[in-house]
Design a protein around this ligand. Sequence first.
Ligand code: PLP
Length: 466
Amino acid sequence: MLENHRPTSEMQALDAAHHMHPFTDGDALNAKGARIITSAKGVFVTDSEGEQILDGMAGLWCVNIGYGREEIAEAAARQIRQLSYYNTFFQTSHPPALELAAKLAELAPGDLNHVFFNGSGSDSNDTNMRMARHYWQLKGKPEKQIILSRWNAYHGSTMGSGSLSGMKAMHKQGGLPIPGIDWINQPDWWSEGGEMSPEEFGLARARELEAKILDLGEDKVAAFIAEPIQGAGGVIVPPETYWPEIQRIVDKYGILLIADEVICGFGRTGNWFGTQTFGLRPDIMTIAKGLSSGYVPIGGSLVSDKVAKVINAGGEFAHGYTYSAHPVAAAIALENLRIMQDEKIVEKMAADTAPYLKTKWEALTAHPMVGEAKIVGMMASIALTPDKAARAKFASKEGTVGLICRERCFANNLVMRHVGDRMVIAPPLVISRAEIDMLIERAIRSLDEGMEIAKARGLWKAAPAA
Ligand SMILES: *Cc1c(COP(=O)(O)O)cnc(C)c1O
């Protein structure tokens, strides 16, 4: 293979000296050195030592069509030669922007026919927050400003979207959250459901939204934002009773529903959008990640006729980014969507490989350390536990055993992420049956090894029931 880089140790030293990593303990990483990824094709990434790693996370939940597609490189090169950049502020537009907007309106459910383009998921949620509040101001209800979210949600890492996120570790740093946001509890039955059935628990958690609206005052609440399935929170699939009740409540009180589809969108759950899988009718939808399959950064806010009409009639919406609707990013997203449609990637996955993975994934509950296994489409999680019957947590600090398992996965050339003591996967949608077999085989080996290590370190102990 072509070596176009320095020796690994030199690259690790440069990285440690100069590169600050996101969501990373800097000193801990720099002491051991980052694994350097130098190329990727299909569902495999290759490191600087030539090891081929099966990417069970599609990068960061984004590489839906797989790595290294030649057609995308061609589309990017064509667009750069034709129009490398122009903005859409000066009463101007360009073909990639308008074509992509029209394509998204065609793919999106309901009356989500309008797109505001952004550079990422985080700044799309900042856009959504401002748009939802601006909407109510224009409607003559300037008091309706509070955005409701959920604990353990992930909506991004800017001041706005990081505040919307319900991650307490994030809120502790840098002056978050900003005012005007409130949170309800998440629908995680495995760890928080207690003695309730999943169905009872789903209803109870959904009704926290109603209680919160009544508590704050219906006239104060602008919107509720949620991921159809929480991704970064640990692939938390809500009980079946949850979403219908949420939809009933947002309808009853007339608050906007913002579906954060950054992970669930573009096929991940087996339909084009997660809201279709759960029968939701959002007013605004956040998109990013799979929109370009991660080839370049791009995000967007898909907006309903109802909301767009008010915003468009409201004078200047004083908001936007230099790279809103960047022509190269838009051209790449268009080519990505063309590939997904022409190759029927979502349909094939939903009919064949997703059910194949589901059978194998759910069989992981036979493993002595695996409590529940959850899977929808190509996103899945398992809960690690020392005592399944009690749905017990480990006595050790949350994430200790999960991290051990993740490290065993990495050593076994599988990228599987841990969120606390849950393990999650979200492979490229194009993963084949043979690659799924490999993923499962490596996962089981890593779980076996992780359990041995946990036992050897005295970590095989349940925490007392909460
Ligand atoms: C990743 C993610 C975001 C943030 O997107 P970035 O492109 O990283 O800013 C927002 N919402 C959800 C659900 C995500 O998974």
